[in-house]
Design a protein around this ligand. Sequence first.
Ligand code: MRU
Length: 351
Amino acid sequence: MKPIQWSGGKLRLLDQTALPHQEIYLEISDYREAVRAIKALQVRGAPAIGIAAGYGIALGARSIKASSIKAFQKEMEHVLEDFAASRPTAVNLFWTINRMRRALSTADSRGEAVEALEKEARLIQRQQSAAMAVLSRIGSSLIDDNCTILTHCNTGQLATGVEYGTALGVIKAAAEQGKKVSVYADETRPLLQGARLTTWELERLKIPVTLITDSMAGHFISRGKIDCVLVGADRIAANGDTANKIGTYSVAVLAGENGIPFYVAAPLSSIDISIVSGDHIPIEERGREEVLEFQGQRIAPQKVRAANPAFDVTPHRYITAIVTEKGIIRPPYKRNLKSAMQEGQQCRKPG
Ligand code: MRU
């Protein structure tokens, strides 16, 4: 499965809104369609958003005709702004935008800029692929044989756009090592990423999965059916507070209350060291219809109001460890996340 592909100057995305019933690939040649696909969750999951945005920005560059580099760079700012406005919480998007802006600033001509941006987008996907493979292998050491894991939302290949996911990548790596693992997947209201996507990916991997509604998690945890919770992240603040799909916080509290480990798996590109705590993480508020309707059918009385925050923040005190490509980070997060980020920076320096 290759959910994000780039070839012949076009972006190909596996439409995640059509899964699991249909496997449809979107052929994208206009950057605005890439922005729309991100907003509509046709491509979703923090690392996948970052990778798709890289290629989308490369598409934007191809469409700009300005011949002077200054005019070209100015027009490119609008493209970057359109992507920045697509989804606010996953920091991977802004990480990509910053990298693309840097690549753009080194170019001396339009031709050089187009080439540099495409090269950077490909590099981002290659590097994220390596990061996810490493963090999956590292994280698998936390998973015992015969372990039952509860997960929330979708954190597999679909969510990363590369061979390994984050939380699901860790589970996949553990299974590849011959460990018997099974998964309880929260359905993930309101858009059912768990019910539609996580179960689909786990079935393909032949890993046993039991689908539950989000509200059943406490029941199964308290009955001793779950050995640990493993989730991904959209943005991790400098103190370890973690934004992830709405409902994650409740699961973390349940894990803490019942004395089972709560792990987060995320690449360094999901860590935002510039934000001191989770209070400063922007939380995306999505359309009310996602809560008021189910598959296009109204489920609440006509005048009822609804709220729809797409993410919540789990305070770092509930997080047992954060798995990254630079190792398993444990408290104190402020110090240990900073060191991991510094190590990550050094690895990226040329030579
Ligand atoms: O709204 P989504 O589906 O993009 O939210 C995705 C999640 O919350 C994932 O758990 C997170 O991005 C980590 S994925 C590797």
